[in-house]
Design a binder for this molecule. Structure first.
Ligand SMILES: [Mg+2]
Ligand SMILES: [Zn+2]
Length: 368
């Protein structure tokens, strides 16, 4: 569950000079607020209104003067498909020193106690410094709304088109690994595992996957490469899973068949290293499974400093940690080419599957 905690005056509707929306004449909606909120709701956000209404219910601001405009605002919004799930109002004056006036978090205690919502992707949106401060106090990010410099379309677009990133640090007695993924940034990867050929293979995943991978591994290579390769698979799979988040809008399924003629035609790439037939199919299903088929045994047991027996093991570790169903097939041939083709093919399949094509969750179950 993801929330938007939204201020009312100055954010949904304009704030009058006397700072009190106490009659229908004073209501003026902020530009583009309705289409932006509709878009964010369709993207899976639940809306909560959080507003300070100084002295509400006192002589200076009788209850009815609040209720009428408030209902009008809510009716207009709901007639356009915008629904607030919860409305939280602090009726106190600043001098009363209550615990619920923003930026204090008294109104939000219920939410702060709960652990079932996504703090990474929830935001406070408001026009004042106190709204930004509220976000800080809640431990979530915020947008300082401003008609000219941070408009509703800008806010909606930065929330929806947020880059999908994750960083995973995994330290054990055998390996120390840190990996950062940005699925929405192509290039500038940097990979160092201490195993030259493995670096080259991981770079194939990033390059053909079309994403950025910053990876550093310090493993017990004096024992052998096993722990490093396996643990990199786990850390990379975990980072990819985290970067994908709730997986909204992704293609989800992909199939890559990088044989000579296919690549030559579709991608226009150099094909010299892809003479082996390989196939990679994957489903970002949330259900880990790896099926690895090599038509013939690898003819060599090492490529450079990389033990070839670790190839299926690497993909299995990655698929488990990432929660994907992965099928890999490679024909017999030159071992170096076989391994390289597998990593490239996996990258190509990944590139298609993580691509965003809409805003829906690609599952009838509503969760992946
Ligand atoms: Mg305000
Ligand atoms: Zn209060």
């Amino acid at each position: 569950m993801k929330y938007l905690f939204i201020d009312r005056d100055g954010t949904l509707v304009a704030e009058p000079e006397d700072e009190q929306v106490d009659s229908l004449e004073k209501i003026e909606f902020e530009p583009d607020v309705i289409p932006a909120l509709r878009e964010l709701e369709a993207f899976g956000y639940t809306l909560v209104m959080v507003t300070n209404q100084d002295g509400l219910g006192t002589e200076s601001f009788p209850e009815n003067d609040f209720v009428k405009p408030q209902n009008f605002i809510l009716n207009v919004l709901s007639s356009q498909g915008v629904r607030f799930d919860d409305i939280l109002v602090c009726p106190h004056f600043p001098h009363e020193n209550c615990s619920c006036r923003k930026p204090k978090t008294g109104l939000l205690q219920e939410y702060l106690k709960r652990t079932d919502w996504d703090r990474q992707n929830s935001y406070v949106i408001g026009d004042r410094e106190t709204d930004v401060k509220l976000g800080e106090n809640m431990g979530i990010k915020s947008f300082r709304y401003n008609r000219d410099t941070m408009s509703w379309p800008e806010i909606a677009s930065s929330i929806i088109h947020k880059e999908r990133t994750a960083t995973v640090v995994r330290n054990t007695r055998e390996t120390k690994i840190s990996v950062s993924i940005n699925l929405d940034h192509n290039g500038d990867s940097s990979i160092s595992t201490g195993v030259g050929f493995f670096d080259h293979m991981l770079d194939q995943i990033a390059t053909h996957g079309g994403f950025q991978m910053i990876l550093r591994a310090d493993g017990d290579l004096f024992v052998d490469e096993h722990h490093t390769v396996e643990d990199v698979g786990i850390a990379l799979g975990t980072a990819l899973r985290q970067a994908l988040g709730e997986k909204r809008g992704i293609v989800r399924f992909a199939y890559a068949l990088p044989m000579d003629e296919v690549y030559a035609k579709i991608e226009g790439f150099s094909t010299s290293l892809l003479s082996e037939k390989i196939a990679a199919a994957l489903d970002i299903s949330g259900r880990p499974f790896c099926n690895f088929v090599c038509d013939a045994d690898f003819l060599r047991d090492h490529v450079g400093d990389f033990p070839v027996e670790m190839v299926p093991h690497f993909f299995r570790s990655l698929a488990d940690a990432m929660g994907i169903t992965l099928h890999l097939f490679v024909s017999e041939g030159n071992t170096h080419h076989q391994v390289e083709a597998l990593f490239k093919g996996f990258g190509r399949a990944l590139r298609q599957a993580v691509k965003i094509e809409g805003t829906e969750l690609p599952s009838s179950k509503g969760v992946l």
